[in-house]
Every structure is written in structure tokens, then in C-alpha cells.
Design a protein around this ligand. Structure first.
Ligand SMILES: [Zn+2]
Length: 331
């Protein structure tokens, strides 16, 4: 069986992936970011068209369940712009979700993640009305039909997004990580992790890998630049985890300015194969700064000037092709 990347239009040969924004958001909303919602399909289409115009071919959205993923729009946007789009299942920190929604989700969380990876994204509550009512998963969608018109129910997730906590690990996070590991075991899906500045990434590896058996090379850590200890970066890279360096083009956080140094250190330490790049556009303000287009227009030429012409291709194309490709299993 050949590993494939699960896009919103079907399973893709990794050789077709092309230049990839490995961590970003077309749609996202959170009660923690009022007034900054990315919820406009026309604006999302503009982002993908601009990305395609500078050579972008694939866009991986890390927005998990309950945060307005735009499930009804993703397939159409991919079709009209020609950009491959990967969607996520999973859950963020409890603070990003409605408490009543969370309570209703906890029973059967792994099953929901698994169904979203194998059958289709399920409807989110209230603010994202679905064209299909939520219910038990229907028959699996045909895996190889990228041209077929995709109904929202047939748009499958291609990764599981989770988050660690800003402080002590909460019961919510323990549940979500355990469910993500179960869904990984059932499907083979990679797990993408939002890191926090004060949460040690080894704790994430201990929980997902040591406790729950997820292989390190199936884990993608985001926001690495917020953790300035390069020895920790190197240790994790040596274990085989991937890093989505998701801030070099947006400068929305003081640590974002260190992104180039972090890349330089890991490349010089021989870990270039572990690095992915993304713009991680989470707000309207950030979107005005250019997002994925800046990733290709600004960062890539700088990487090529410093490390030679091979490195951008590795970080933008070869590495994501390996990180997101999976021998998909259906439970
Ligand atoms: Zn993100």
C-alpha cells in the first residue's frame, strides 16, 4: 500500500503535494480572539488564489473541531483554486471551546476523531450549521475520487490537532491526547500539537509516545520558536518528531523573530529533514500581514541565500510529503 495525503478532495500521492504551507488556517474562531474570526469563504478563496499565484500548491489547516473549520467550504475552495487543502480533526485547549459542547463530546472522543478521518467531518455546534445533521457515521467515502463533487459529509480530515496547556496538564488535555493516540492507532493519521511557551515539549512526547505509543515521526510540533532552548529542539529532532516552524512570516509574537535562527541551528545540526514551514494565520490582523504568500515571497529566498537552493524544496515540499503521508487504515 502506498502512503497518501488525505486532502478534502480525496487521497493524494505525496509526489503531487508541491510547495506546502504546513500549518495555517483558512477558517478559525475562538472566544479568546473576539472580532478576529476568520469566517469568510470569499476571503479564504483570496488567500488560496494569492498563495497559488506565487507557487503554493498545498495548504494544511490545523483548525480542530469546534473552532469553525469551514467544513462546508473547504472542498469547493480547493476545487476552484486548484490548491490541495488538508483539514483537521482533534480539539484545542478547553478555553477555545464552549463548555457544554465539550461535556457532550468527551464520551466517544476517539470515535469522533476516527470518524472524521475516515468518513467525514461532522457538524460543529451552533455557529457552524451543517448541511447534514450530526449523526452516526455513514458508509465510508470512496477514497480515490478527487474529481467527485464532495458533500460536506465526505470531506475527511487528514490530521489530528491537539494542544498542550499553558500550565499544568489538565484533565481535558489528558483526555484529548489519549483520544488522539487512539485515533492515530485506528487510522495512522499524524498528530499536530500546539505548544505553549512554558510547557516543555518533552512532556508532549512522553504523553503521546511513551505513554500512548504514537511513533515520534507521526508527531508534528507547532510553535517551536517560543521555546528558545536549541538543545531541546535538537533532542526532539533526534527522536524523529517533525517541527512546523509556523511563525517566520507573521511576526505576531516576540519569539517569531527567532524563527530564522531556530531553522539555522537545526539545519546546521543535521536535522533539516524534520522541518516544515507554515504561516499559522489565526486572526484577521495576521491575515493582513500576508500569511502564506509571505512565506514563499520572503522566507524562501532568505533560506536559499543562506543555506543554498536545495533547502527551500526540502522544507516546503519533500518534508511535508513525508510528514503528512500515511498508510491509511479504516477501523
Ligand atoms: Zn495554528
Amino acid at each position: 500500500m502506498t502512503p497518501t495525503i488525505r486532502t478534502v478532495l480525496g487521497d493524494l500521492d505525496p509526489a503531487e503535494l508541491g510547495a506546502t504551507d504546513s500549518h495555517d488556517h483558512l477558517f478559525i474562531r475562538s472566544p479568546l480572539l473576539p472580532g478576529e474570526e476568520l469566517d469568510d469563504p470569499a476571503a479564504a478563496e483570496g488567500v488560496l488564489r494569492a498563495f497559488a499565484a506565487v507557487g503554493g500548491r498545498s495548504f494544511v489547516q490545523w483548525t480542530p473541531y469546534g473552532m469553525g473549520r469551514g467544513a462546508d467550504s473547504l472542498a469547493r475552495l480547493s476545487r476552484v483554486t486548484g490548491v490541495h487543502v488538508v483539514a483537521a480533526t482533534g480539539l484545542h485547549q478547553a478555553a477555545h471551546c464552549d463548555p457544554d459542547t465539550l461535556r457532550a463530546l468527551y464520551d466517544g472522543l476517539a470515535e469522533r476523531f476516527t470518524a472524521e478521518l475516515t468518513t467525514g467531518l461532522t457538524a460543529e455546534p451552533a455557529t457552524e450549521p451543517a448541511t447534514e445533521p450530526p449523526g452516526p457515521p455513514g458508509p465510508p467515502a470512496a477514497p480515490e475520487a478527487p474529481e467527485a463533487p464532495a458533500s460536506p459529509a465526505a470531506v475527511r480530515a487528514g490530521l489530528i490537532k491537539v494542544a498542550c496547556d499553558p500550565g499544568t496538564t489538565t484533565a481535558h488535555t489528558r483526555r484529548v491526547m489519549a483520544a488522539a493516540a487512539d485515533a492515530h492507532r485506528a487510522t495512522g493519521a499524524p498528530i499536530a500539537v500546539h505548544l505553549e511557551p512554558r510547557a516543555h515539549p518533552h512532556l508532549v512526547l512522553n504523553r503521546l509516545h511513551v505513554r500512548h505509543g504514537v511513533p515520534p515521526h507521526r508527531i508534528i510540533l507547532g510553535h517551536l520558536t517560543r521555546l528558545p532552548d536549541v538543545r531541546v529542539h535538537r533532542e526532539l529532532a533526534a527522536e524523529g518528531v517533525y517541527f512546523a516552524l509556523d511563525s517566520p512570516s507573521r511576526a505576531g509574537h516576540p519569539a517569531d523573530h527567532q524563527a530564522f535562527d531556530v531553522i539555522a541551528d537545526l539545519v546546521e545540526a543535521g536535522h533539516a529533514s524534520r522541518l516544515l514551514l507554515g504561516a499559522d494565520t489565526t486572526t484577521r490582523t495576521a491575515r493582513r500581514a500576508g500569511g502564506p504568500t509571505e512565506l514563499l515571497n520572503d522566507l524562501v529566498p532568505r533560506l536559499a541565500r543562506t543555506f543554498g537552493p536545495e533547502l527551500p524544496g526540502l522544507l516546503l515540499t519533500a518534508n511535508p510529503a513525508a510528514a503528512f503521508a500515511t498508510d491509511w487504515r479504516t477501523p
